[in-house]
Design a protein. Structure first.
Length: 81
């Protein structure tokens, strides 16, 4: 997608570029409730959420983010830490 197309997806959800996954999901949920009876608007919201979350999940992660995680976090809850 082009930059204007990405920006349009963020604006569909009422967000600024660079929103986090939590912000995207929260905005999409709010708009789903608002447009529950408007199928066209609902489709736009769901498509925007899908594209933006796919983009976030496919972005390379910074190695430092994993290195700074404390060893007793989720890993220990699953017997991995």
């Amino acid at each position: 997608l082009t930059r204007p197309q990405w920006l349009r997806l963020y604006r569909t959800l009422g967000l600024d570029e660079g929103a986090t996954g939590a912000e995207i999901n929260r905005a999409a949920g709010r708009l789903r409730r608002k447009y529950a009876k408007d199928e066209e608007a609902l489709e736009r919201v769901e498509q925007a959420q899908l594209w933006l979350m796919t983009k976030l999940l496919n972005e390379p992660q910074e190695p430092e983010a994993y290195a700074s995680e404390p060893s007793g976090s989720m890993g220990s809850a699953w017997g991995l830490g």
